[in-house]
Design a protein around this ligand. Sequence first.
Ligand code: PAF
Length: 275
Amino acid sequence: MSQIAELKALRGKATGSVGLVPTMGYLHDGHLALVRQARDENEAVVVSIFVNPTQFGAGEDFASYPRDHERDLALLKEERVDIVFVPPVEEMYPAGFCSGVEVGRVTERLEGVSRPGHFRGVATVVAKLFNIVEPTRAYFGQKDAQQAVVIERMVADLNMNLEIVIAPTVREPDGLAMSSRNIHLNSEERRAALVLWRALSLAQQLFSQGERQAESIRHRMSALIQEEPLASIDYVSIAGAASLEELATIEGPALVSLAVRIGSTRLIDNIVLGG
Ligand code: PAF
C-alpha cells in the first residue's frame, strides 16, 4: 500500500490494538524481531518501508542505501504483517511541505554532532507515521540508541498518545550488530567491523572489574579500535542513558556508544552499563 488516504481508511476500520514498525527496508533479523514482538503484542501490525530523504545529510548514503522491496515484502508476508506501507517520497513530502519536528538537547550530541539535521528528519517522519497510522504501540531497536531516546522524548514532550517499545539489539553470532548497512562491507571490512563489538565488550569487562572512571574506559576502547587499520573513529562516548550527557564517573545507567567508519561504511553500536 502506498497511499496515505488508503491506509487511514483501513486504520479507521481496525477495532483492536495496532503495532507499528517503522523501517527503511532492506530488512534483517533485527527488524523481524520487532515485527514478531509487534505481532505478539497487538491485534494488527503495520510495517512502513520508507528510505526517508530528510534524515540523510548532503554527502551521506541516501542514494546508495540498500533497497530490495520484493524481498522485504516476501519476508513480511511470512510474518503475517497486516499492512505494509511503502509510500513514495512525494506522498510523504508533497510540494509545499515545509514543517518539521525539532527535538532539543538530546539531539545535540553524538549522532547529532556528526549528522546535523538527522534527528529533525527522523522526528518529522516518525511523527508523520504516528499521525498516519495512529498506532497503539511503535517498535524501535536499541541499536539506534539515541534515536530511541529522541523518539521517547518527542512522544513525552508532545503528548503523543502511544506506547514506545524499544527492543534489544540483534547481533550476528560473532557479535556484529545487524544493520542494513553491513551489506556494504567486503570480507576484509566485515572482519574489521568486529572491532566495534570488541570495544564494547572491553567496556563491559572493565565495568565488571569495577572501573567507574568513564575516561579510562573511553581511552581503552579508543586504543583498541585504533589497532584496527581499516577503522577510523567518529566518536566513543559514555553518557547518561537518558540525558546523553558525557559522564566523568559511571553511577547510574550509562550508554556506551560508538560510531566508527570501516572503509567508507559508517557503523554505530552501543551497550548500556549499570542499567
Ligand atoms: O531506524 C530507522 O530505520 C529510521 O530512522 C526510521 C525510524 C524508520 C525513520 O526513518
